[in-house]
Design a protein around this ligand. Structure first.
Ligand code: HSE
Length: 438
């Protein structure tokens, strides 16, 4: 059989690892794909940097449009990231009848509906395993392995940089900015690291997972997004003392009200496996009605793990090139005419438990005022921890865990508590999820 010919756009850390992986494992890859796979042209912005050692024979251009227009190329591998020109390049590749492999979660989250419609019309495949959770085959697992299940919810640590920062803060008491710099040096962080720390990268990924799990269109704007920049070392320590870990989670849940999609720091009981996923590792917990909960774990960022997913996608495309487009696994797991809009549950309607930290006057009656306001909003308190004030100090720190309550009621209660003369500064609130089998 003729070899499958690839055009590679982007020779950064993941692109270089993909080129080397295809070369070094060529024999094993051909055994799996049933044919040889070779890169015939690559593009990179800084052409003077050339191709990685061992791949110098690959033709290199600085113009990515040359690659998508190259008649020799069967499959375009888009590894430049970002919205533009990635969108234009991918749409042009599709128009030219080429299959596309991409690791670009931002592109899929924002423009996936348009891209998949174009690919469907042209009979080509667009695959994106590396877009979510790095090397973990979570997309394949949801799209194929769990296809018997009605998926009820999923929760994932889906940003490696954020998890690396939280882990280093907890284990070594390191400073946030210092750990972020290390994550950048290790090639984990996005080109704009605010995407990692403000939760945007995780929101891109969650929107993709929710779409695959529930058969809904990609709706990035509907994801409620909070990052980790407001998590303090203090909260990490108190959470530990209460038997919890703070993780940045992406959560998608289907209920009678509709679909929740949210990304935020979350306290998880330390006995849960996912609470012990540390460093750059990612994990996604999926609850299906048949299988129950299942957990997928592995490296969520970094050149080689991401290239592992990219190459797996290339092999999948190589195998599927000769199949009837109608019989391929659908891009978003459900047949295109079966993708349905479901109501989105706004964050104020979401029900969770809460961790609350506040600074109060250390005098009688303060706790009574706080619990009265909570009681009026039907908020039940699960645990209270009062840190003894330092000698001579007049204020104390109170930490509370509440039972589940609708976010709107919690907001009202916190506004009331914040208005008390005896409460000082910002009230810190982190949502709590037990992630049990329900
Ligand atoms: N910046 C991303 C992360 C890279 O840290 O998870 C992988 O998508």
């Amino acid at each position: 059989m003729k070899p499958v010919k690839l055009g590679l756009i982007g020779v950064g850390t993941v692109g270089a690892s993909t080129a080397l992986g295809l070369k070094n494992n060529a024999v094993e890859i051909a055994r799996r794909a049933g044919r040889d796979i070779e890169i015939v042209q690559a593009s990179r912005r800084n052409i003077e940097q050339g191709m990685p050692a061992g791949c110098e024979n690959i033709a290199l251009t600085s113009d990515p449009f040359e690659v998508v227009d190259n008649p020799e190329v069967d499959v375009v591998i888009e590894l430049i990231g970002g919205y533009e020109p990635a969108r234009d390049l991918v749409l042009r590749a599709i128009e030219n009848g080429k299959h596309v492999v991409t690791a670009n979660k931002a592109l899929i989250a924002l423009h996936g509906n348009e891209i998949f419609a174009a690919a469907q019309a042209r009979g080509v495949n667009v695959v994106f395993e590396a877009a979510v959770a790095g090397g973990i085959p979570i997309i394949k697992s949801i799209r194929e392995g769990l296809s018997a299940n009605l998926i009820e919810w999923l929760a994932g640590i889906i940003n490696g940089t954020g998890n690396f920062i939280l882990t280093e803060m907890r284990d070594k008491g390191r400073d946030f900015d210092d750990v972020l710099r290390e994550a950048q040096a290790l090639g984990y962080a996005e080109a704009d690291p605010t995407f990692d720390v403000e939760g945007i990268d995780a929101a891109h990924k969650l929107c993709i997972l929710a779409s695959l799990a529930f058969g809904i269109p990609l709706q990035f704007d509907a994801v409620y997004t909070e990052g980790i920049s407001a998590v303090s070392t203090e909260d990490v320590v108190y959470a530990n003392q209460l038997g919890y870990r703070i993780k940045h989670l992406g959560i998608a849940r289907r209920s009678e009200k509709g679909v929740e999609m949210r990304v935020h720091p979350t306290l998880i009981p330390e006995k849960r496996l996912i609470a012990n996923v540390d460093g750059v590792m990612n994990a996604v917990l999926v609850k299906g009605d048949k299988l129950g909960p299942s957990l997928y774990y592995g490296a969520g960022a970094g050149a080689d793990p991401t290239a592992s997913a990219v190459i797996a996608d290339i092999i999948d495309v190589a195998r599927s090139i000769t199949t009837d487009p109608q019989n391929r696994v659908p891009h978003l797991a459900f047949q295109p005419d079966q993708i349905v809009e479901l109501p989105i549950v706004g964050i104020e309607e979401v029900t969770t438990a809460y961790y609350i930290r506040m600074q109060v006057d250390d005098k009688p009656g303060v706790m009574a005022d706080i619990t009265r306001i909570m009681g009026e909003r039907e908020i039940s308190i699960e645990a209270i921890l009062q840190k003894e004030p330092e000698a001579g100090a007049t204020q104390a720190t109170i930490i509370m865990l509440t039972q589940k309550i609708c976010e709107k009621q919690m907001n009202e209660a916190l506004a009331g508590i914040g208005g008390l003369d005896s409460v000082h500064g910002e009230i810190h609130r982190i949502r709590v999820e037990t992630l049990d089998a329900d």
